[in-house]
Write a protein of this length. Structure first.
Length: 627
C-alpha cells in the first residue's frame, strides 16, 4: 500500500464515522469496573433495569480470564485483584449468577489466593464500604472540615486538584458518616476475606502523614465556632460544592466515579432514592453508555470533544480543506462547546477569563489544557477568515497562556496545585489523585501549539519557561514521562514535537538524546509498543508487540526533527500501512491512563487519527520517500 492510499483509507473511515452533529463519538473504553459499579448502583437504588443489567453482566463475563480473574490490560500478570472483586460482587448482585457457578468459583479462588478483599485497592474498598460489604475505618484521615479551611493555609480544600476534589468531596461525606447501605438482595462477600480480623484501609503511611494531619487540625482550630457547629457547616458546604458542580446532564463534573459517589453521599445525607438529584444523576450515568463489540459498556466519561478536536486537526493536516463539510461541522461543534463559565480553575488564576474546552460533550465549567490546545489547533485555519472563530481562538489562547504553572510547565486542569504536603496523605496513589503537577505531555503540547500556531516570538517567556521545564524534567535515557498516556513514548512524542515547534534545534542535546532513545526501543517489525507497567513502575517497559498508536507517536516525533527519513522511519511507515486493518488485541490495548496501576483507557479513535497524522506529516515533508 502506498502512503497516499493509507491516508485516503483513513480519511474515508473518519468521514463515514462522523456523527450528524459534527462530532466523532468513538468509545472511551475502561475496564469492567464502571460496568460492575452500574449493576451495584442499580440494585442498591432498586432500579430494576434488567435489560441493562444483563447487558453489563454479559460484557463482564466476556472479559474473564481462564484462571477466573479479570485484567486491566492484556499483559497484566495473572490478573487484577480489585477488578476481580468488583466483577464478582456485581455478578452476584445481578441475581443471575450464584456462588455455585463455576466462573465465580474460579474468581473466588483467585481472590483468596491473592490476599482477599484486604489487599484490594483503596477505591475498591470505598465501593465495598458504601454498599455495606466493608467496615469503614475507626479513623477517617480526611476531616470534612477540610472544605472550610481558609485559602491562606498551606493545605486547604483548593490545594487539592479538581480531579481529586470531584471524588473526594462525596467520599469525605460518606467516610465521615461511615455510611453503608444494603438491600435485602445484597450478596454476602464475607467469604472473600482471608482473615477474621476487622478489615482496614491501611491509612497510616508514616510520620509524614502525622505532620500533614496536624497542619489540617491546626487549621481547623483557628476557625471560629464550636466543633459540632463547624462539622455541620463543613457538611453543608461539601454538599453545596457538589450541587453547584452538577452538569446539565445530572452528573458531577461529568465523571462516572464522582457521580456514583455523589449518589451515595446524598443517600447518606438523608435524600431518598427517588430524590430528583439522585434520579438525574442516574440519567447522567445512563448517557455514558456505549456499544463495544456488541456489548454495552459504561464509559468513565464521554470523550467527544477530545475525539473531535484531534480528528479534525489530523484531517486538515492530511489535506482536507477547512471548507469541507466534514470540517465545517466539526468546527461548529467545537465552537459550541467552548466554555463561558468560570470553573474552579479561577481560584488559582483570578485574572483570567473563560476560554477553554473540556474533554466531554457535557463539560461546561471544567476545561483542561489538552482539550483546549487540541480544539485550538482544529480551528486555527479558519481564524483569519471567520470572525467568530477568531474571537473564540483568541479567548482560548489567552486562557492557555494564563494557565502556565510557576515552575514553567503546564498542568491538566488547575495551575499551581502540586502540594508536596498533599502527596503525604495516606491515600493510595495520592500523588495521582490529589495533585495536578506540570507534566511533559501537557507542557510539550502547550508549547507546540503556542510555538507553531500563534505569533509569540521564540524568546517569549511562556515558551522559554516551557522549554526550560522540559529540559529539567527529561529522563537520563532521553525520554519523558507522559502523565495521561502510556507512557514514555507518549511523553517523549509530546516533548520532542513541542521543543521543535518552539525553536529548539534538532541538534540540541535534549533532542538528540530523545531520538536515540526512540530508535533504541523500536521493534523488529518497524513499530513501537509500550506496556501499562511503565506507568506504575516509572520506567519504560516494552509491550513486546507493536501498536498503531505507539508507532504513530514515535514516528511523528522523529519526523518533527529529521531532515530526511532513515530506514527506521521508513520501517515505521511500512508497519503503519500494513497494520491499518489489524484487529488483534494489540489494537485494544490501553493508550491512556487516569490513575497509575488502576485506571487505563482505550481510545477507539486513536487507531485512525494518530496514524493519519504521522503518515500525513511524513508525506508532506518527504514526498513519499520509501526505498
Amino acid at each position: 500500500m502506498k502512503i497516499n492510499d493509507g491516508i485516503n483509507q483513513l480519511i474515508d473511515q473518519l468521514r463515514d464515522d462522523q456523527s450528524q452533529y459534527g462530532s466523532w463519538d468513538y468509545p472511551f473504553e475502561f475496564s469492567i469496573s464502571p460496568d460492575a459499579y452500574m449493576i451495584i448502583l442499580l440494585r442498591t437504588l432498586e432500579i430494576n433495569d434488567e435489560v441493562l443489567i444483563k447487558d453489563l453482566m454479559e460484557r463482564i463475563l466476556s472479559k474473564q480470564e481462564a484462571n477466573g480473574a479479570w485484567k486491566l490490560f492484556k499483559d497484566e500478570h495473572n490478573g487484577n485483584l480489585s477488578a476481580t472483586v468488583e466483577a464478582y460482587f456485581a455478578l452476584l448482585y445481578s441475581g443471575y449468577i450464584s456462588k455455585k457457578d463455576e466462573r465465580l468459583k474460579k474468581a473466588k479462588r483467585f481472590i483468596l489466593a491473592n490476599g482477599g478483599i484486604e489487599e484490594t485497592h483503596f477505591l475498591t474498598k470505598v465501593i465495598l464500604s458504601v454498599t455495606g460489604q466493608h467496615k469503614w475505618p475507626s479513623f477517617f484521615p480526611l476531616p470534612i472540615e477540610l472544605v472550610i479551611l481558609p485559602l491562606v493555609l498551606p493545605v486547604n480544600f483548593y490545594s487539592i486538584s479538581v480531579y481529586g476534589r470531584a471524588n473526594l468531596v462525596p467520599l469525605m461525606i460518606v467516610g465521615n458518616k461511615k455510611f453503608g447501605i444494603k438491600t435485602e438482595n445484597s450478596p454476602d462477600l464475607s467469604d472473600l476475606y482471608t482473615t477474621r480480623e476487622d478489615p482496614f484501609f491501611s491509612w497510616s503511611r508514616s510520620h509524614e502523614w502525622r505532620t500533614l494531619h496536624s497542619v489540617i487540625q491546626e487549621g481547623v482550630k483557628k476557625l471560629i465556632g464550636l466543633p459540632k457547629e463547624l462539622h455541620l457547616l463543613a457538611m453543608s458546604r461539601a454538599k453545596q460544592y457538589m450541587v453547584n458542580r452538577i452538569e446539565p446532564d445530572g452528573s458531577l463534573f461529568g465523571y462516572f466515579s464522582s457521580t456514583f459517589l455523589m449518589i451515595f453521599s446524598l443517600l447518606s445525607l438523608g435524600h431518598p432514592k427517588n430524590d430528583p438529584l439522585i434520579q438525574n444523576a442516574v440519567k447522567g450515568l445512563y448517557s455514558m453508555q456505549t456499544k463495544i463489540k456488541g456489548h454495552t459498556h459504561m464509559q468513565f466519561t464521554t470523550p467527544t470533544v477530545w475525539n473531535t478536536a484531534l480528528i479534525s486537526y489530523a484531517l486538515q493536516e492530511a489535506g482536507v480543506k477547512p471548507s469541507d463539510p466534514m470540517i465545517k461541522k466539526a468546527t461548529s461543534y467545537l465552537l459550541e462547546r467552548q466554555h463561558s463559565k468560570y470553573g474552579d480553575w479561577v481560584i488559582h488564576n483570578k485574572t483570567a477569563k473563560p476560554g477553554g474546552w473540556g474533554f466531554s460533550n457535557v463539560n461546561t465549567f471544567q476545561p483542561d489544557i489538552d482539550d483546549s490546545t487540541a480544539s485550538l489547533r482544529a480551528i486555527t485555519r479558519e481564524v483569519h477568515v471567520d470572525n467568530k472563530v477568531s474571537q473564540s481562538w483568541n479567548k482560548g489562547v489567552r486562557w492557555i497562556i494564563s494557565m502556565q504553572n510557576e515552575d514553567g510547565g503546564w498542568p491538566a486542569f488547575e495551575k499551581n496545585t502540586n502540594s508536596k504536603l498533599l502527596a503525604m496523605m495516606p491515600i493510595q496513589d495520592s500523588e495521582f489523585i490529589l495533585t495536578d503537577p506540570s507534566c511533559a505531555d501537557l507542557t510539550g503540547r502547550a508549547i507546540e501549539f503556542l510555538g507553531k500556531y500563534t505569533d509569540l516570538s521564540k524568546d517569549d517567556r511562556s515558551l522559554t519557561r516551557g522549554i526550560e521545564w522540559l529540559n529539567k524534567n527529561q529522563e537520563k535515557n532521553g525520554s519523558w514521562y507522559g502523565r495521561w498516556g502510556i507512557c514514555y513514548i507518549y511523553g517523549t512524542w509530546a516533548a520532542v514535537t513541542g521543543l521543535s515547534a518552539s525553536g529548539v534545534s534538532k541538534n540540541d542535546s535534549s533532542i538528540r538524546k530523545a531520538v536515540k532513545w526512540l530508535k533504541s526501543i523500536q521493534n523488529n517489525d518497524g513499530g513501537w509498543g509500550e506496556s501499562c507497567y511503565s506507568d506504575k513502575k516509572k520506567t519504560y517497559v516494552p509491550l513486546t508487540v507493536s501498536t498503531l498508536t505507539h508507532t504513530a507517536w514515535a514516528l511523528d516525533a522523529l519526523i518533527a526533527v529529521s531532515d530526511k527519513p532513515d530506514k527506521k522511519m521508513q520501517d515505521a511507515v511500512r508497519f503503519l500501512l500494513r497494520s491499518l486493518n489489524q484487529n488483534d488485541w494489540s489494537e485494544d490495548y490501553p493508550a491512556g491512563q487516569g490513575l497509575a496501576g488502576t485506571i487505563y483507557f482505550h481510545y477507539h479513535s486513536y487507531r485512525y487519527l494518530f496514524p493519519l497524522l504521522a503518515l500525513s506529516h511524513y508525506q508532506s515533508k518527504y514526498k513519499e520517500i520509501l526505498e
